[in-house]
Design a protein around this ligand. Structure first.
Ligand SMILES: [Zn+2]
Length: 313
């Protein structure tokens, strides 16, 4: 049976569209956005709330961006914030466009366990499904890809608390020692929402083969990132390069691990044949030609959906 993209579901584990809107005080109609509105297929978007590692009061910053995002997204009656897989299913069934939040650089957690617990519960209540403890530079919780520091005691405590709430620890911006320490600590609730394979493209933002296997062994998710330097090490890339990373992840970790984390609106360059979410059906066609309908649906959405059903209990 040929692949009819209108019938398909798509999911994205990461975009920076909200950050762009917040910075420019614009909305989803702003010209030039790579995550587009009104797509002719069903699409579940995860919107990242990015917090700089240097931000003195990260939680206040988070609340400011979150408030802006909720207010701005309320303009679009079809958009529905979902907190678990059932709400996502219901939202799709009602013809709505479901979305989730993630946090990139969540240096919120201190030494007060009660306060930490409250923060984690509040994040979950606000629809945060994925959180990375730091961004590239690192903070008092963990080291980012531009630092040598490992996971700290406070970072470990925060990770366990987040797992307890059902929030997934995102390894994407962590350096190798910090990510490895989280993998050793957590039997599940781990993902790399927008990272590729180091063995194909040796970039510090990409994952080692051991990490990819470890994420697979924890039934985690890896969102293949569309940024050409992470795909090819060069400024240009195409869907063929995305397919190569999907193939490698699948060879190492099995067919339930790979998904997509476009990084759209956070990247200045895109694959030539995948400039924005409107071109996702082309990616679907190419996946289908290689893997057939069932596995294509798993990569596009099924793996993400199944994962969220387990994590967001
Ligand atoms: Zn990122």
């Amino acid at each position: 049976m040929p692949l009819t993209y209108e019938m398909r579901f798509y999911g994205d584990l990461h975009c920076d569209t909200l950050w762009r809107c917040y910075e420019n005080r614009t909305d989803l109609e702003a010209p030039g956005l790579q995550v587009r509105r009104g797509l002719p297929f069903r699409h579940l978007q995860t919107y990242a709330i990015y917090i700089p590692d240097t931000e003195p009061d990260p939680y206040r910053y988070f609340r400011a961006v979150y408030a802006y995002a909720r207010e701005m997204l309320r303009k679009y009656p079809e958009m529905k914030l979902c907190r678990n897989a059932r709400e996502i299913d219901e939202s799709f069934a009602a013809g709505q466009t479901p979305y989730l939040f993630s946090v990139e650089g969540g240096g919120f957690f201190g030494t007060n366990s009660h306060k930490n617990q409250r923060t984690a519960a509040e994040l979950r209540e606000k629809g945060v499904a994925f959180l990375s403890l730091c961004y590239n530079r690192g903070n008092h919780l963990a080291g980012g890809v531009h630092s040598e520091q490992g996971l700290t005691a406070a970072g470990r405590e925060a990770a366990l608390m987040l797992r307890e709430e059902g929030i997934t620890l995102d390894l994407s911006h962590l350096n190798r020692p910090s990510a490895d320490a989280l993998l050793a600590l957590l039997p599940d609730h781990v993902a790399a929402t927008h990272s590729n394979c180091f063995s194909l493209t040796p970039h510090p933002r990409n994952l080692s083969d051991e990490q990819i296997r470890a994420i697979g062994a924890r039934s985690g998710l890896i969102g293949v990132n569309f940024y050409p330097p992470f795909l090819t090490g060069k400024n240009t890339a195409g869907i063929a390069d995305i397919l190569a990373h999907v193939r490698r992840i699948t060879a190492l970790a099995g067919g339930e691990t790979a998904a997509f984390g476009s990084d759209f609106d956070g990247i200045s360059r895109t694959p030539e044949d995948l400039p924005d979410t409107g071109a996702l059906p082309q990616l679907a066609q190419r996946l289908f030609a290689k893997w057939g309908a069932e596995q294509t649906d798993a990569f596009l959405y099924g793996n993400m959906r199944r994962y969220l059903e387990r994590s967001l209990r």
